[in-house]
Design a protein around this ligand. Sequence first.
Ligand SMILES: C[C@@]1(CC(=O)O)C2=NC(=C\c3[nH]c(c(CCC(=O)O)c3CC(=O)O)Cc3[nH]c(c(CC(=O)O)c3CCC(=O)O)/C=C3\N/C(=C\2)[C@@H](CCC(=O)O)[C@]3(C)CC(=O)O)/[C@H]1CCC(=O)O
Ligand SMILES: NC(=O)c1ccc[n+]([C@@H]2O[C@H](COP(=O)([O-])OP(=O)(O)OC[C@H]3O[C@@H](n4cnc5c(N)ncnc54)[C@H](O)[C@@H]3O)[C@@H](O)[C@H]2O)c1
Length: 191
Amino acid sequence: MEQNELYPIFLKTHQLETLIVGGGFVALEKLSFLLKSSPNSKVTMVSPFFRDETQALANKFGIKMILDNYQNSYLEGKHMVVATTDNVAVNVQVYKDCKERNILVNVADNPPYCDFYMGGIVTKGNVKIAISTNGKSPTTAKRLRQFFEDVIPDNIDDLVKNLNEYRKTIKGNFEEKVEKLNEFTKSLVGK
Ligand SMILES: C[C@@]1(CC(=O)O)C2=NC(=C\c3[nH]c(c(CCC(=O)O)c3CC(=O)O)Cc3[nH]c(c(CC(=O)O)c3CCC(=O)O)/C=C3\N/C(=C\2)[C@@H](CCC(=O)O)[C@]3(C)CC(=O)O)/[C@H]1CCC(=O)O
Ligand SMILES: NC(=O)c1ccc[n+]([C@@H]2O[C@H](COP(=O)([O-])OP(=O)(O)OC[C@H]3O[C@@H](n4cnc5c(N)ncnc54)[C@H](O)[C@@H]3O)[C@@H](O)[C@H]2O)c1
């Protein structure tokens, strides 16, 4: 069976500078999911035109808006870039400019021009699950996200917090602590 070899990482987007190029429907979708998961993300958007819905969301979250065509100078200081324009040549240029500068880049909805994919994301308190179909079916990623949002109990966060407290009370060296935490939680996976 074909395997998904992507490596998920959980970015502290409030410590990173993100640029979204374009201000239309796709920009709105990518911005919405970014902010849903990470409301304190530091985002700049550059586009000669912003749709009203994009503008409204951006205002709510204090996103920096630049009314201009993309230029490579806007990449300065950016760690991560998402290109969403309706101009293929511009998106490819963004991709090339980012590669030259070692900036992580995602040309939305265009897998060959992505260093990373956006995923389906489920958040319950401190617990977060990211879902990828290896770029094969975003619809499946969305449906799985909805499924897990439904079946994972909201109080999963209580378990995490309780274990965090319990962990502080355990005496002994690292190995003894790990053993106790594993013993305490083994019923969760029926082992
Ligand atoms: C998960 C999610 C996150 C997000 O957007 O933040 C996401 N797409 C979502 C929805 C969605 N996107 C599209 C549809 C319409 C149905 C369809 O076409 O399937 C739907 C479903 C809907 O809207 O119902 C259109 C589409 N998307 C891509 C292509 C190109 C292609 O597949 O080749 C096309 C066709 C374009 C065309 O026709 O030209 C590609 C990508 N979309 C990805 C992410 C990356 C792979 C993730 C993975 O590994 O699974 C990847 C590779 C790159 C990227 O963009 O990062 C978000 C769900 C969030 C949620 O609900 O939780
Ligand atoms: N909307 C969808 O669900 C969808 C699905 C699949 C593919 N696509 C494709 O994705 C692309 C974008 O779609 P959309 O619906 O967001 O289009 P859109 O018209 O809503 O938005 C395009 C945005 O790109 C901006 N733009 C154009 N040239 C630019 C430049 N030089 N620099 C910066 N910004 C620039 C425009 O100002 C506009 O804000 C299209 O090529 C479309 O075919 C869209």
